[in-house]
Design a protein around this ligand. Sequence first.
Ligand code: TYD
Ligand code: MG
Length: 456
Amino acid sequence: MAKTKSVYVCQNCGNDSPKWIGKCPSCGEWNTYVEEIISKESKQSIQLAGIQVTKEKPVLISQVETTEESRIDTHSGELNRVLGGGLVPGSLVLIGGEPGIGKSTLVLQVVLNIRNKKILYISGEESVKQIKLRAERLNPDVADCYVVSETSLEQIFVHISNINPDLVVVDSIQTVSTETIESSPGSVSQVRECAAALLKYCKSSGIPVLLIGHINKEGSIAGPKVLEHIVDTVLQFEGDQHYMYRILRAIKNRFGSTAELGIFEMQHNGLREVNNPSELLLSQNHEGLSGVAIASAVEGIRPFLIEVQSLVSSAAYGTPQRSSTGFDLRRLNMLLDVLEKRVGFKLAQKDVFLNIAGGIKVNDPAIDLAVISAILSSNVDIAIEKHVCMAGEVGLSGEIRPINRIEQRIREAEKLGFTKMIIPNFDLKGLNLGNINMEIIRVKKVEEAFRVLFKK
Ligand code: TYD
Ligand code: MG
């Protein structure tokens, strides 16, 4: 009989220990250790049914042939951009996201639009019939793909060697399990082992594999960090369940930038690409409303305009409430303290609510200026003029700090019909604003911006 051995594995970071421990010494989480049984054979490598793993020899870097590897066009402009220009042959890509956010929809829609490629879509979550029902909703052009409902890693490799696909999709890696490990599907050792086997297949065959992965409550990819280390690219699909907009972000990318962002809108017949992100804003009419400011944000290399909304009112109870959607709450608190301490607005006894319209999350610090403008606008109950937008980071002493890509931001704002833009004072040097028909106002401090906006 095979001797079995058990180890305790942290379900958060994948660290293991021969004994149970309460607090993980590696990631600091409590109560994350779970016993996992490993049979002796599991240490041997997993059989890749019929697929030869070639033995590589070291070569001189000058003699490595670089045939320009052509990337696979996914026929989705947004996905291509986030991947860094298409899918790299032999790469292992992980798409993570909360349940129900639309990962399966995104991937199925993409593979159904790729033509002249043999695609194998392996689902451990849905039956073939359910996949077909979904595909009918998505109404793809013509392309086809092989589907199979399978959770055994060994069987997956059998299907792969039978079909010989050009692209493999595994929905989701947490449902796949190998017989060599006795722990249940989704546990760290199963996820790690299965992903490692798929990685080996990717690298030796040159066939790209797309993995779908779940995200746990804390927002990291379940079963873990280990998985993020194994794969070449980690994409995160996020958005608010109550809004239709979805954002695809690269968190790690060995073949491209991680600054890129893809925007989609969930519709009844699948995801629609949002090629012009400023449309998130243009659908709204906020004329004459106080507490609304338009920020010019840049994600990746694309500028777009977003609406920041705020509500400031006297706190009904002792402790004022601060709440924020789409913007970091700690940063909001910091900005409020700057307003209080450096600029002299009495906000300590006020409730402050902040919301980035459309349910999107923006990391660009240049939206600070719009955040404080929205707060001040609500506080004094004066609306900010229509066709005014702004960009600027706010520093701890209330100064407006320079930001990047200012020219692009100005051009985007002009394109969308804005007539006035407030920017940091430092930015105009070496800038070519020859044919801009917009009033550009440069400010050094929060007070100046306040005067520009609210004192006629
Ligand atoms: P799904 O792709 O199943 O999510 P995940 O794989 O990330 O768990 O998407 C589920 C949601 O998407 C579901 O709540 C319904 C919605 N949806 C649409 O709005 N339109 C569509 O055409 C499809 C297929 C799904
Ligand atoms: Mg799914």
